[in-house]
Design a protein around this ligand. Structure first.
Ligand SMILES: NC(=O)c1ccc[n+]([C@@H]2O[C@H](COP(=O)([O-])OP(=O)(O)OC[C@H]3O[C@@H](n4cnc5c(N)ncnc54)[C@H](OP(=O)(O)O)[C@@H]3O)[C@@H](O)[C@H]2O)c1
Length: 292
């Protein structure tokens, strides 16, 4: 019997790589795994890391590149990257999935709280979700919250004893990307997920003070929590080279955290993973070198 083909778009990114890792460890005997990337260099890198996978070169901004990548695909995991035209890229990929004729189900990478469409990131991803829901394809949305793996972006301050994070007295539950990859792989390789929107958080609600305390414990040096005002946060994001749309989007997200609108621990992640989710402490212990 021929094995069903899974296409992962955004495969060379953080979540794509984590998903390929879980798929190749746990499910490769039952599925043909195809990684969609933008360049041959990334394709060959992924083939080296994950022997046995197929690769396809595609660009979501160039719809003509998509048909060949979708040939014979049964399921798609669509990860749209950190781009301003997320809506357009999602539309291009979903149109190509419909045109392929073989695609039965799309797992759509989205963000926690997308259904509220209250901030830019939510609206961008919800637009893709809605387009998919109207496409006639079976769908599942994977709505993930802020990653633990973002923390190295704050490493300079931490090394100097301060965690500058503008969420005031708010709390949220940061999520591990390795866990997301395994959750995505489990969804792709099992049935019963059609028409579901999964809200995935990490295992523990943490305040800025809790983060700082964990950094202190892991590095062995005191780290103080500082919540800068919005203008200061915007200035540092722009200064670090973030495009304006993204930096302003991050401020909106921080405000959601600061006002405790995302202060929940969802049970979905652990249920879909089949084991406890990774804590911030475990992630930091494994990645201590980045913060000392
Ligand atoms: N950071 C967070 O806490 C957080 C939380 C929830 C959701 N998100 C969002 O979730 C998404 C996935 O996150 P991630 O960390 O896995 O992203 P990532 O590492 O940036 O990976 C995104 C991938 O998309 C690919 N890509 C970009 N433009 C493309 C195009 N025109 N055609 C085809 N592929 C294209 C990139 O390809 P190249 O490798 O060639 O550059 C990259 O591999 C992002 O949109 C992210 O912003 C982030």
């Amino acid at each position: 019997m021929t094995k069903p083909t899974l296409l992962i778009i955004g495969a060379a990114g953080n979540n794509g790589t984590a998903t390929l890792d879980a798929l190749t460890r746990k499910h490769k005997d039952h599925f043909t795994i195809r990684a969609g990337v933008r360049s041959e260099a990334k394709a060959s890198d992924l083939r080296n890391k994950f022997p046995g996978i197929e690769t396809a070169i595609l660009d979501l901004d160039q719809p003509a590149t998509l048909a060949a990548a979708f040939k014979g695909v049964d399921k798609l995991f669509l990860i749209i990257g950190n781009v301003e035209n997320r809506e357009e890229q999602a539309k291009n990929a979903i149109d190509a999935a419909v045109a392929a004729g073989s695609v039965k189900h799309v797992l759509f990478y989205s963000v926690f709280g997308a259904e509220y469409e209250s901030i830019l990131f939510g609206r961008q991803f919800r637009s893709g979700e809605k387009y998919l829901e109207a496409s006639g394809l079976k769908w599942t949305h994977l709505r993930t919250i802020f990653f633990q793996e973002n923390m190295p972006g704050w490493a300079d301050g931490i090394k100097q004893g301060a965690f500058y994070f503008g969420i005031r007295e708010g709390r949220f539950a940061p999520l591990n990307v390795g866990d997301i990859g395994e959750i995505a792989a489990n969804i792709l390789c099992s049935d019963g997920h059609e028409g579901k929107a999964y809200a995935i958080t990490g295992p523990q609600l943490l305040s800025g003070q809790d983060f700082a305390r964990t950094f202190t414990d892991v590095t062995g040096k005191p780290v103080q929590y500082v919540s800068p005002d919005e203008a200061t946060t915007l200035g540092s994001l722009l200064g670090a080279g973030w495009p304006e749309w993204q930096a302003k989007g991050m401020l909106e997200l921080f405000d959601v955290f600061a006002t405790n609108q995302a202060a929940v621990v969802s049970p979905e992640g652990e249920r879909l993973l089949g084991r406890p989710l990774t804590t911030l402490r475990t992630y930091l212990d494994a990645n201590k070198a980045a913060f000392v």
